[in-house]
Write a protein that binds this ligand. Structure first.
Ligand code: PMP
Length: 435
């Protein structure tokens, strides 16, 4: 008996006692391969010696400093490191403690940008039905999954939702990628016109949709069209790379592969690699200038923002990724993982789609391959797969069933960047057995 409240009240999770490299060990001594990085968090695996050394040194030097009094060298160095390779135009990083906080900061920066520039009527937020942006009330309203929101209506904030770019489900027979990208992006323009262009503050999207949909990238020039539409109507573009960012898809920032830069960009998860809770909101020069030349203040903050321990973890993770050229390994091993999934599941009668970028890959399960009919949500196929995988010592990240905008069940794989070909063969075999 414990007084710790588990989210799954009647089926508490197993108890982990240690983790090293890509393996967890539980209280019974059983080992698990971490093929999901938790929730796409553990990019360097567990107990990485360089990160541990950096954390020990930081703990001895300076564990905590409230940002109302002090900045720190690690927080500034991490911000400089992130901005040095960030998409064009992003000029500053705001350090918080996780993904939801990063999204909240981005939403508030967007709103404050318009009050500082004399357009307070621009307050609508548009997002996509197939999305997850966090669990705090603003982020919850922004995300597309209704089942997470249902118990909390009326919401404090109202966001507006459009269809995602989801080729497997929505691209029509005979429609080219170029035409589909244009059609899907057109949803945003239609929504902006419906709401009234001068009332819209921002559009929020994940470049590669993670938790709600299983590694769904956009097709063709979708995000270039989205960027152009935002520019045409003066709407800020917020990209949420909390899950897909920080190297997960093979480039440090996922949107590099879409050839665009946002006005605001959120990161977390892989930023701290699980060693510390950390998130960041990167903002463009235009937003920074509006604050700097206006009130001189960002009207938002948290007690643990810019935490030196978290910054030290983030900095150490970034240094290892650069030194060990791990983005190349994400690209190479991502291709191996995709081939493995293709040969294990390419002909499987209940796998309808295999998709993703880099070490962010997923399979989508269907009751019928030809019609793409999903399984009855009541069967909770994703939950069965998770349990069967855990029995076989494999951690994967299945989701699905009733999430709004997602038709079925999927299994997401996001192993650490240090994964090898032999590890991936083992992961694929265990997943195949579990499925
Ligand atoms: N945005 C995205 C895209 C996410 O995947 C998540 C977490 N799954 C969040 C925001 C929220 O992050 P956190 O759980 O750290 O608050």
């Amino acid at each position: 008996m414990t007084h710790l409240l588990h989210r799954t009240i009647h089926t508490p999770p197993r108890k982990a006692v240690s983790a090293s490299g890509i393996h967890f060990t539980d209280a019974a001594g059983k080992q698990y391969i971490d093929a999901s990085g938790g929730a796409a968090v553990s990019c360097l695996g567990h107990a990485h010696p360089d990160v541990l050394a950096a954390l020990h040194a930081q703990l001895d030097r300076l564990a905590y400093a409230h940002t109302g009094f002090f900045t720190s060298d690690v927080a500034e160095e991490l911000a400089d490191t992130l901005i040095a390779s960030a998409p064009a135009g992003l000029s500053h990083a705001y350090l918080v403690s996780g993904g939801s906080e990063a999204v909240e900061a981005a939403l508030k920066m967007a709103r404050q940008y318009f009050t500082e520039t004399g357009q307070p009527q621009r307050r609508h937020i548009i997002a996509r039905r197939q999305s997850y942006h966090g669990n705090t009330l603003g982020a919850l309203a922004t995300g597309g999954n209704e089942w997470r929101r249902a118990q909390f209506r009326p919401l404090l904030m109202q966001a507006h939702h459009i269809a995602p770019c989801y080729a497997y489900r929505d691209q029509r027979a005979g429609e080219t990628d170029a035409d589909y990208a244009l059609r899907a992006a057109g949803e945003l323009e239609a929504k902006i016109l419906e709401l009234g262009p001068d009332t819209v503050a921002a559009f929020v999207a994940e470049p590669v949709v993670g938790a709600t949909a299983g590694a769904v990238p956009a097709v063709g020039d979708y995000f270039k069209h989205i960027r152009a539409i935002c520019d045409r109507y003066g709407v800020l573009l917020i990209l949420d790379e909390v899950m897909c960012g920080m190297g997960r898809t093979g480039s440090l920032y996922a949107c590099e592969q879409d050839g665009i830069a946002p006005d605001l960009l959120t990161i977390a998860k892989g930023l701290g690699g699980g060693y510390q809770p950390i998130g960041a909101t990167l903002l463009s020069r235009k937003i920074y200038d509006a604050f700097a030349n206006g009130s001189g203040f960002f009207q938002h903050g948290h007690t643990y923002m810019g935490h030196p321990m978290a910054a030290a973890a983030g900095l150490a993770v970034q240094k290892v990724i650069a030194r060990d050229n791990l983005l190349a390994n994400v690209q190479d091993m991502g291709a191996v993982l995709r081939e493995n999934l293709q040969s294990a599941f390419g002909q499987h009668p209940h796998i309808g789609d295999i998709r993703g970028r880099g070490l962010f890959q997923a399979i989508e399960l269907v009751a019928d391959r030809d019609s793409k009919a999903p399984f009855d949500p009541a069967r909770k196929i994703h939950a069965h797969i998770k349990r069967e995988a855990m029995e076989r010592g494999l951690m994967v990240y299945p989701m699905g069933g009733t999430i709004d905008g997602v038709q079925g069940d999927h299994v997401l794989l996001a192993p650490p960047f240090i994964v090898t070909k032999a590890d991936l063969a083992d992961i694929t075999q265990r997943l195949s057995d579990a499925v």
